[in-house]
Design a protein around this ligand. Sequence first.
Ligand SMILES: Cc1ncc(COP(=O)(O)O)c(C=O)c1O
Length: 397
Amino acid sequence: MDKNLLSNRVKTMGESATLTMAQMARDLKSRGVDIVDMTLGEPDFDTPCDIKNAAKKALDEGYTKYTPVPGLPMLRKAIVNKLKRDNNLDYNIDQIVVTNGAKQAIANACLALLNPGDEVILLTPYWVSYDSIVKIAEGVPVLVSAGIDQDFKIKPQQLEAAITDKTKMVMFSSPVNPTGSVYSHEELEGLAKVLKNYPGIYILSDEIYEYINFGSGHASIASFDYIKDRVIVINGMSKGFAMTGWRIGYMAADADVAKSCVKVQSQFTSGANSLGQVASAYALDHGVYKEMIDIFNERRKVFIKLLKEVPGFKVNEPTGAFYLFPDISYYFGKSNGKITINNSVEFSDYMIREAHVASVPGTPFGAQECIRLSYATSMENIIEATKRIKEFVKGFE
Ligand SMILES: Cc1ncc(COP(=O)(O)O)c(C=O)c1O
């Protein structure tokens, strides 16, 4: 087709970098190349059997019709209970919207709240899709960055300095994809105190990795009462319950914001799938997938130790999600005689071609000095990947 006929919106939209690298890994694998794939953004575990059984039962019980746009009351109730039990947050059922994955909850919120030209501060490194979703809603992403020296976490002064009279929203995740860093209660309080003074700014708090936390527990910025009505809590079933394919996410927000998001969703997709909702209600009522989290933690410890042994890599010790985000900028400008590495895109590209280890460059996460390595893969792969990375970098020292 004539590409000029495509909308400007789609022409300027970036492809998801994580999906692009995962696709490249799959293509090479299908050609017989022995790739160790460290790009994965989903648990390498199956959904627990009892959750699957809840969906099978729902099918037999006739949950096969359209669902209410904001979600089945049984799931919204389970979410209200979960937010109280796990986060000590009080919400009513009319403040909860069930979505087709957390991604849709983020898109709903941006479409419901942003006008063209509104600025959205992204705490950077940020999850790749934030930038694109904001742009689709005609907002303007404003990046506020933190490097590995501050554990990739933004300080209150940095946030305050980025606020203008056009700022409409601040968006971040904790635990953070891609860094694995987790904002503590005190760190969130610092940010909340800044935002207290700006009543026109909404805060989108993406907590999808809440349960994949190996530290001292999860904190939500919604727990600060003085800003709670402006916080949109995003969460979902994909990561914590290994339910990526079920496509169930949710948001908790001020009732008017929730209602506006329902309006947006009603015109795009309607209610989320019925079986997934019944299964999700069961999952939330029955608590965390501890077995999976414990295995992630074992891998995390081994991977940090091994990656720290790679010369030139700066590695922090993240306590959430299932990613490491080493700073590899030591290699910028270095050559192995054949090629010179200038940035993380080139580093990832050469590494998959030469060492057959697939990673995601930091650039699309707003951190061009890093690469993202996922440990949602076997211990065997973690050990093999590190062995290959060590060999790969030798040529560039
Ligand atoms: C930070 C973050 N938020 C949201 C999502 C999307 O989750 P869902 O599968 O529920 O759409 C992801 C998935 O990678 C993510 O990493």
